[in-house]
Design a binder for this molecule. Structure first.
Ligand SMILES: NC(=O)c1ccc[n+]([C@@H]2O[C@H](COP(=O)([O-])OP(=O)(O)OC[C@H]3O[C@@H](n4cnc5c(N)ncnc54)[C@H](O)[C@@H]3O)[C@@H](O)[C@H]2O)c1
Ligand SMILES: [Zn+2]
Ligand SMILES: [Zn+2]
Length: 368
C-alpha cells in the first residue's frame, strides 16, 4: 500500500514528507494505523547525524500510538481493532532477559533493529524498489507502520492516542526510573535533575511511590512549575552549587534517591554527589554524548552510594505500559501538561524546531 511518511534522506537536512510503499505484515508482524506520535530528542539526534549508528534513508519516529489494522501469520497477542503503543524496547517474553525480573533489555531482535530491519532481516518500507529502513524498530512518523508483535503494547482503548503515545518513550522512562529501577520507598526524599519529559515522569513516579519530599532541579523556571504540578515539593535552579544546596536541604546527608534526566555527564556527577551516604541510589536516565565519561570519586561509592543506569525505565513494555496507561486513566498521572503542540505530519520539522527552542515538553503529530 501507499502511505505518507517523513523520511530522513540525508543527515543534517530536514525530513522529507513523501509517499512511500509499505508491504503487508509477514509472520509475527502487525500492520498498525498510526494516530498520534510524539517528537523526541532521539529522532532529532539521528536526523542531525550526531548519532554514529544512524542510517538513511529511514522513516523516523518511535513514540507512536494507533490501531491494529491487520496481523500476519501466527500473531496471537493483538488483533484487528486493538489500540497499541509502539515499543522501541520490545518484550519477547522468551529470551533470558525477558524471563528475568532484573532487566527489561530484551535480546530477541536487537541486532536487526539496530540495522533498521525487521526481525527477518528485511524492510517493509520502500520507494521505487529501493529499501527504506525502519527506525528503532518503529518508524512512526508515518500514516502506517509494520512492526513485530513483540514490540506492541495493547492498551485500554479509552486512552486518547495523543496522550497514550507519550508512554512509548520519555514518560514511561521517567516513571519507570522511579518505580522499577530505583523502586523508591514510601516516605523517602528524592532529587530529580532535569524537568523535561523524562525528569517530569520521574517526579510523577516518585510521587506514585509515596516519596515524602521531591526536589526538582532545572534551568528553566517554567519547567520547574510543571514539576510542581507533577508532585515536586522543592524547586531548585540548577548550576554549580546544586549539590551543596541539596545537602543543606537534607541535613547534610543528601537524598535517598537521585535521578539524572539531562544527558549531561556533569549533572550525572552532581546527581551521584547529591545521593545520601549509606544507601543513596543515583539513577542515570540521560543519554550522554559519544565518548563522554562519568567522573566518580570512588570514596562516594565505598561510603554506600550506588549508581544505576535505566533504559526505558526498566519497563517491560508489553506487560507494564498497559498498567501505566491504566494508572493514567485512573487519574494518577496527569499527562495533559506534557502535550504542548499538536502538529501535522507535514510540520514534523517544526516539531524539531520547537524541541530545540525548548518550547513546551512534547509536540505530538496527529496522523489520522
Ligand atoms: N534512558 C532512556 O531510555 C531514555 C529514553 C528517552 C530519553 N532519554 C534521555 O533522557 C534525557 C532527557 O530527555 P528529555 O526528553 O526529558 O530531555 P529535555 O531536553 O526535554 O530535558 C532535559 C532538561 O534538563 C535540563 N537541564 C539541562 N542542564 C541542566 C543542569 N545543569 N541542571 C539541571 N537541569 C538541567 C534542561 O533545562 C531540560 O529541561 C536525554 O538525554 C534523553 O536522550 C533516555
Ligand atoms: Zn523517545
Ligand atoms: Zn526478550
Amino acid at each position: 500500500m501507499k502511505m505518507r511518511a517523513a523520511v530522513l534522506e540525508r543527515f543534517g537536512e530536514p525530513l522529507v514528507v513523501q509517499e512511500v510503499e509499505l508491504a503487508e505484515p509477514r509472520a509475527g508482524e502487525v500492520l498498525v494505523r498510526l494516530v498520534a506520535c510524539g517528537v523526541c530528542h532521539t529522532d532529532l539526534y539521528t536526523a542531525s547525524g550526531a548519532d554514529p549508528s544512524g542510517y538513511a534513508p529511514a522513516v523516523l519516529g518511535h513514540e507512536g500510538a494507533g490501531v491494529v489494522e491487520r496481523v500476519g501469520e501466527g500473531v496471537s497477542s493483538v488483533s484487528e481493532g486493538d489500540h497499541v503503543v509502539t515499543l522501541f524496547s520490545p518484550q519477547c517474553r522468551e529470551c533470558i532477559h525477558c524471563r528475568d525480573e532484573r532487566t527489561n533489555l530484551c535480546l530477541a531482535i536487537r541486532e536487526e533493529q539496530n540495522e533498521g530491519h525487521l526481525p527477518d532481516g528485511s524492510t517493509r518500507i520502500s520507494r521505487d524498489g529501493e529499501e527504506v529502513r525502519h527506525f528503532m524498530g518503529c518508524s512512526t512518523f508515518a500514516e502506517y507502520t509494520v512492526m513485530p508483535e513483540i514490540a506492541l503494547a495493547k492498551i485500554n482503548p479509552e486512552a486518547p492516542f495523543e496522550h497514550a503515545c507519550l508512554f512509548a518513550c520519555g514518560l514511561s522512562t521517567g516513571l519507570g526510573a522511579a518505580i522499577n529501577t530505583a523502586a523508591v520507598r514510601a516516605g523517602s526524599t528524592c532529587a530529580v535533575f532535569g524537568a523535561g519529559m523524562v525528569g517530569l515522569g520521574a517526579v510523577a513516579g516518585c510521587r506514585l511511590q509515596g516519596a515524602e519530599r521531591i526536589i526538582c532541579v532545572d534551568l528553566s523556571a517554567e519547567r520547574l512549575e510543571l514539576a510542581r504540578g507533577q508532585g515536586a515539593t522543592d524547586l531548585l535552579e540548577g548550576g554549580e552549587g546544586t549539590v551543596e544546596r541539596i545537602l543543606e536541604m537534607t541535613g547534610g546527608f543528601g537524598a535517598d534517591y537521585t535521578f539524572e534526566a539531562t544527558g549531561s555527564v556533569a549533572v550525572m556527577r552532581q546527581a551521584l554527589e547529591a545521593a545520601r551516604m549509606g544507601w543513596g541510589l543515583c539513577t542515570v536516565a540521560g543519554v550522554a554524548g559519544k565518548g563522554e565519561t562519568l567522573d566518580v570519586i570512588p570514596r562516594l561509592l565505598i561510603t554506600g552510594r550506588r549508581v544505576a543506569g535505566s533504559s526505558f525505565g526498566g519497563v517491560k513494555g508489553r506487560d507494564q505500559v498497559p498498567v501505566l496507561v491504566d494508572r493514567y486513566l485512573a487519574g494518577e498521572i496527569d499527562v495533559a501538561p506534557f502535550l504542548s503542540h499538536r502538529i501535522g505530519l507535514d510540520e514534523v520539522n517544526r516539531g524539531f524546531e520547537l524541541m530545540e527552542a525548548q518550547d513546551g515538553i512534547r509536540s505530538v503529530i496527529e496522523l489520522s
